[in-house]
Design a protein around this ligand. Structure first.
Ligand code: UD1
Ligand code: CA
Length: 456
């Protein structure tokens, strides 16, 4: 049977105490609801339906790239009512799989297994055993172990409250049958809500089977109601990601001290020291070494490069055998070619640093094209901004830029040219020359330092 997914996301999320709808709070750099959406895509769902209530505009804006149908639930009258906002839009003979925008760690494999149990009008239900089932719907089974009902905590007897098997809320059933059942569900219960869970007793009454399966871990089905739970799941997710890259042959100084907020691809024998953060898509080649405390976003770092501690790298390409940092800031549009080196307190932006070239200390290199085997002295600044526009600096192969030089762009420094320390370069230079722009050193004999005037 083809599959459609309904993601419930209409709850207010009061306990988050947030201006943001709950399901937009991020886990591993991505809104919770997007994790659930991504799993739905992996299941190759025919259609994905999102039921929303609060903060609909913010939600649709943040999820504008989703290929999904949106259904508003104006009043939150219960989970059955929520499902009913979307289920009539699903073809009768599709399986409807109910997921939750605030249950972000559900695994695709668990859902595939669940969905396989739907045949005819049988209901597939995901349940789990908890040491403390307080608050959850309890799974009631008959003497033969068949599931016969779900009883909500608030409606449960003492005896039922002792049951540790609980309803995760995730279930799958043929949409046509779901719709027929939803029409029969009332709200005569402790909370005055339309309970989706009443579906189970109806199915049993109709002579259909309820097949319960379990997830691999309870974290998969944990919901987020407050920021404490969100932080807990964040650690679970980060641990999973850390273990996945270690399994690929990457060493982590401490798997509990890495944060991957996006997609990190790392080659084997790479080493990542403590407290690094990776954002967006980051690719790191084999044998690379990432020092402690680096923040790297949307960048590629080729094999055997060494990023020393506390460097910040964003939208950059770093070729192999490059050294960066400590304390370097590599900004968007930077390309550091093979064997080049960028040292401490160097900032680069929209700049190519050629093969074997070095900028070892205290420089700003912006909008520049630097050739091979160039030496950039300490304190060199490309003055790329005239207050209105940005201009380019070109430094040709083999040039040597003396310390504390200002290169006032647009300007070109010729091949193998040497710029004397402390120069301000405002015009293009020839190749193979020494250029000095500072005033000549002179000595004035008998010169006296000023002295403080005496008070009367
Ligand atoms: C529900 C289940 C319970 C299960 C538990 C697991 C019902 C009646 N109970 O209880 O058996 O153990 O989840 O966490 O289904 N929602 C809407 N619209 C609504 C109501 C809810 O979109 O009108 C969404 C919420 O945003 C939330 C989810 O559905 O994501 C669950 O709703 P909630 O009210 O938290 O149900 P529980 O009482 O926790
Ligand atoms: Ca809940």
């Amino acid at each position: 049977m083809p599959l459609s997914v309904i993601i419930l996301a209409a709850g207010q999320g009061t306990r988050m105490k947030s201006r943001l709808p709950k399901v937009l709070h991020k886990l591993a750099g991505k809104p919770m609801v997007e994790h659930v959406y991504d799993r739905s895509r992996e299941l190759k769902a025919d259609s994905i339906h999102i039921v929303y209530g609060h903060g609909g505009d913010l939600l649709k804006q943040a999820c504008a790239h989703f290929d999904a149908e949106w259904h508003e639930q104006e009043q939150q009258l219960g989970t059955a009512h929520a499902v009913q906002q979307a289920s009539p839009a699903i073809r009768d003979d599709n399986i409807a799989l109910i997921l939750y925008g605030d249950v972000p760690l559900i695994e695709t494999a668990t859902l595939q297994q669940l969905v396989q149990n739907v045949s005819g009008d049988d209901v597939a239900l995901l349940t789990v055993e908890l040491d403390d089932p307080t608050g959850y719907g309890r799974i009631v089974r008959d003497d033969d172990g068949n599931v016969i009902a779900i009883v909500e905590h608030k409606d449960a007897s003492e005896e039922q409250r002792a049951i540790c098997e609980i309803n995760t809320g995730i279930l799958a059933v043929r949409a046509g049958y779901l719709n027929r059942c939803l029409a029969r569900i009332g709200n005569d219960n402790a909370q005055g809500e339309y309970y989706l869970t009443d579906l189970i007793a109806l199915a049993v009454q109709d002579g259909n089977r309820v097949v319960a399966t379990h997830p691999q871990t309870t974290a998969e089905v944990e919901g987020v109601n407050d920021r404490i739970q969100l932080a807990r799941l964040e650690r679970v997710k980060q641990r999973q990601q850390a273990e996945a890259i270690m399994a690929e042959g990457v060493s982590l100084a401490d798997p509990s001290r890495i944060d991957i907020r996006g997609e990190l691809n790392v080659g084997n024998d790479a080493f990542i020291d403590v407290d690094c953060v990776f954002e967006g898509e980051v690719n790191i080649g084999p044998g690379a070494h990432i020092g402690a405390g680096c923040v790297i976003s949307n960048s590629t770092i080729a094999c055997d490069s060494h990023i020393k501690p506390h460097s910040v790298i964003e939208n950059a390409i770093i070729d192999k055998n490059v050294e960066v940092g400590p304390f370097a800031r590599i900004r968007p549009g930077t390309h550091l070619c093979e064997n080049s080196k960028v040292g401490n307190f160097v900032e680069t932006k929209n700049t190519v640093l050629g093969k074997g070239s070095k900028a070892s200390h205290l420089s700003y290199l912006g909008d520049s094209e630097i050739g091979a085997e160039v030496n950039i002295g300490a304190g060199t600044i490309t003055c790329n901004y005239d207050g209105a526009n940005k201009h380019k600096t070109v430094i040709k192969d083999g040039a040597f830029i003396g310390s504390d030089t200002q290169l006032v762009a647009p300007v070109t420094v010729g091949k193998n040219t040497t710029i004397g320390a402390g120069s301000t370069i405002t015009r293009d230079t020839e190749d193979e020359v020494l250029v000095l722009s500072r005033s000549k050193q002179t000595s004035i004999r008998g010169w006296k330092r000023p002295v403080k005037k005496k008070r009367e």
